[in-house]
Design a protein around this ligand. Structure first.
Ligand SMILES: C[S@@+](CC[C@H](N)C(=O)[O-])C[C@H]1O[C@@H](n2cnc3c(N)ncnc32)[C@H](O)[C@@H]1O
Length: 303
């Protein structure tokens, strides 16, 4: 994995852990209960995989079967987990999208003329990158290969899918040396749109691999982010998460999954989900996440 990507993920993890976590208690209880249920219901005779294992803040590793592997591209994640849980689990440090190295190399080529090394001005570079991104098709080949070789019975995705777009944006910003996005929300931003298309492709490819794995899936992810202040609660479950928001009119929201519907991409009828629940996570002042937890368990073969 490239150095800039490792550095970036390590910095993001430090930033996450350095945040004031006083408002996180309910989120952490919900996340641990959900992921813990996934770990406890796993067939201990088969491998279990925890994607986005991070430092193990949300993962009750004490419930994990022996053959449980963590996966996180942050080079410090395994050490953090060992310090927190006294467990030195097998680990994979690869990029789950399979596309970040390409994205980074393409951004480098857009920012800097390969033949002269001269930096292009911000607007030219941004337009160039926006034009090149549609040719990229992130492919989670390392994840597919691991699943084919190990045949896990259960896979947990622990708050990682909603990070794909954020990490892609941070990589692009790092290459430009500053955020290259158009600050005026009224104007079309071709680069922001191209990164969003890349993110949708990465999430779709990732969910396709999980769907085809045949494993039970326990998926926890940011479904939405609300930036407006004021009272906010979630009403009863609705397939469209925005319809669950009960707060002041004109809420400012963003969707880390780019409008994709997870059950649809898994080929799962909503009624076939063993768990489906959402809750609010006050990550920071003025930033509340709508967290979604979905469990998709395959029918068991009769003995
Ligand atoms: C919000 S944190 C999840 C925290 C974790 N579940 C825990 O309990 O500490 C997201 C994690 O996903 C990892 N991550 C983000 N994008 C990734 C990618 N493309 N491939 C592999 N890991 C990634 C980050 O390094 C980070 O540890």
């Amino acid at each position: 994995m490239s150095k800039p990507l490792s550095r970036l993920l390590r910095q993001e993890q430090f930033a996450l852990l350095a945040r004031n976590r006083s408002g996180w208690v309910e989120h952490l209880e919900n996340a641990r209960a959900f992921l813990g249920e996934g770990l406890q219901s796993a067939d201990p005779a088969r491998p279990v995989l925890v994607l986005g294992a991070g430092s193990g803040l949300e993962i009750p590793w004490e419930l994990a079967p022996l053959r449980c592997t963590g996966w996180d591209a942050d080079p410090w994640s395994r050490v953090w987990t060992a310090l927190r849980h006294r467990r030195w689990a097998p680990w994979v440090f690869a990029d789950l999208t399979g596309g970040l190295a390409d994205l980074e190399a393409t951004a480098r080529r857009a920012v800097q003329e390969p033949w002269s090394g001269r930096r292009r001005d911000r607007e030219t570079a941004a337009n160039r990158l926006a034009g090149l991104l549609p040719s990229l098709h992130p492919d989670p080949a390392p994840l597919r290969a691991w699943i084919t070789a190990q045949r896990p019975g259960t896979i947990l995705a622990a708050n990682v899918m909603g990070q794909f777009g954020v990490v892609a944006q941070r990589l692009v910003e790092a290459r430009f040396g500053a955020p290259p996005w158009n600050p005026d929300p009224e104007l079309i931003d071709p680069l922001a749109e191209a990164v969003e298309v890349w993110t949708r492709r990465a999430i779709t490819a990732f969910l396709t691999v999980l769907r085809d794995s045949g494993a039970d899936l326990w998926l926890l992810h940011d479904r939405g982010v609300v930036f407006s202040g004021g009272h906010l609660e979630l009403g009863p479950w609705e397939p469209d998460w925005t319809r669950q928001l009960q707060g002041p009119a004109g809420l400012e929201v963003s969707d880390p999954l780019g409008g994709l519907d997870v059950p649809t991409l898994l080929g799962a009828e909503e009624g076939a989900l063993a768990r489906k629940v959402r809750w609010l996570w006050p990550v920071a002042p003025g930033q509340r996440h709508v967290v979604e937890a979905l469990a998709f368990c395959r029918p068991r073969m009769r003995p």
